[in-house]
Design a binder for this molecule. Structure first.
Ligand code: NAD
Ligand code: DAU
Length: 340
């Protein structure tokens, strides 16, 4: 492993992975390949922009010529694919871009990887492919039951990865991460959205009764899990990366408010997300057997995260303009009005 193409590396988790890899493996070259959609942000990579083992290329994983050129120019031997449309609510409003990137883009990337003779292909997937888990914990052999257009597009991409392993013998591994949070997360996802709104004393639209359960994973633990699977995962296998810390959304929101010293009266129950999965929960024994363990508890990680958003207004205030405000209006205006 020498030259690693990190697709989607200007987003939240991909940029954390790029920062982690450039520091941890000075002998590897990390080439971030990213379309820079609304969620891609070069500010996320500022801290490594002068590192000798880091490069950035702008491109779309669904653009065959651009992918081919990047693989050839940088003599790539390894691909780690984070590139995706990643927000469930946006997939409910319009799923076009999800099919383009999460399905077609993954196919193009796999096909070019095969033709280029890539030695290792890690695909970043999600616990949402398992669907709503009413009780117990998903294991890697469970069948898929995705419920949102986002989750279905991720499941589609993952099945293409499987087919390139079985049919073409590509050396693939897949990770399925749980709800991830931390620095540089685009402020449309629950925690960064609520933290940044609460700093400004705005109402926080909690879907339904707020009793949905998610398994919270700190971003640094997610990227160390991906590193473990990249180096030690068995070809053809998938690995769950779980925080193993299940919490109700309403409790997560209240913990965050108390850290910020803001009142719980900011919370506003609004009409639920359509098709909203009630609970995600995964078993993580298979990854643990490779030697991985979580380094941060939820309580430590949420404190670090709240502090980061408090101290880095330069990063999120410029995002919360333009397209972001249009999206906010489409997603929340009617919901908040209905809750009045
Ligand atoms: P993100 O939305 O913050 O970042 C996605 C990145 O992909 C952006 O930089 C964007 O510009 C880029 N991108 C989008 N379409 C592209 C295309 N066609 N070609 C090239 N680049 C493109 O997402 P994230 O939260 O960092 O998630 C990264 C990956 O991890 C995704 O595959 C997601 O499904 C998966 N995942 C996320 C979580 C989570 O809680 N955030 C949990 C499990 C798995
Ligand atoms: O589980 C892994 C997945 O986690 C990833 O695959 C996705 O990319 C990532 O976006 C995330 O999906 P969720 O839908 O779970 O995350 P989100 O932050 O959108 O919502 C978390 C929970 O909070 C969910 O139950 C919906 C609820 N929520 C969310 C928002 C944005 C609210 O109640 N109000 C909100 O405004």
């Amino acid at each position: 492993m020498k030259n690693i193409l990190v697709t989607g590396g200007a987003g939240f988790i991909g940029s954390a992975f790029a920062r982690y890899m450039t520091a941890r493996y000075p002998d590897y070259n990390i080439i971030v390949f990213d379309k820079l959609t609304y969620a891609g942000n070069l500010d996320n990579l500022l801290s490594i922009s002068d590192e000798e083992n880091y490069r950035f290329e702008r491109g779309d994983i669904a653009d065959r010529a651009a992918v081919k050129l990047a693989l050839q120019t940088h003599d790539i031997d390894t691909v780690v694919n984070f590139a995706a449309e990643s927000h469930v609510d946006r997939s409910i409003l319009n799923a076009d871009a999800f099919i383009h990137t999460d399905v077609v883009g993954v196919y193009i990337l796999l096909d070019e990887a095969k033709q280029h003779g890539i030695e290792r292909f890690l695909h970043v997937s999600t616990d949402e492919v398992y669907g709503d888990v009413h009780e117990g914990f998903s294991v890697e052999t469970d069948s898929f039951a995705p419920n949102s257009p986002y989750a279905a597009s991720k499941a589609g991409g993952e099945l293409m990865v499987r087919s390139y392993r079985v049919t073409h013998g590509l050396n693939t591994v897949v990770t399925r991460g749980s709800n991830t949070f931390g620095a540089y997360q685009y402020p449309e996802k629950l925690l960064p959205f609520f933290i940044t709104e609460a700093i400004d004393d705005k109402l926080l639209p909690l879907y339904g009764d707020g009793k949905q359960i998610r398994d919270w994973l700190y971003v640094e633990d997610h990227v160390s899990g991906i590193d473990t699977v990249l180096h030690k995962g068995i070809p053809g296998e998938a690995y769950n990366i779980a925080g193993e810390d299940l919490r109700h959304n309403i409790d997560v929101a209240k913990t965050m408010l108390s850290l910020l010293g803001k009142p719980e009266t900011l919370l506003k129950h609004v009409p639920d997300r359509e098709g909203h999965d009630r609970r995600y929960a995964m078993n993580c024994d298979k990854l643990r057997a490779l030697g991985w363990q979580r380094s941060y508890s939820f309580d430590q990680a949420i404190e670090l995260t709240v502090d980061w958003y408090r101290q880095n207004e330069w990063w999120w205030r410029k995002i919360k303009t333009g397209e972001y405000l249009d999206y906010y209006k489409r997603q929340y205006a009617a919901r908040l009005a209905a809750a009045e």
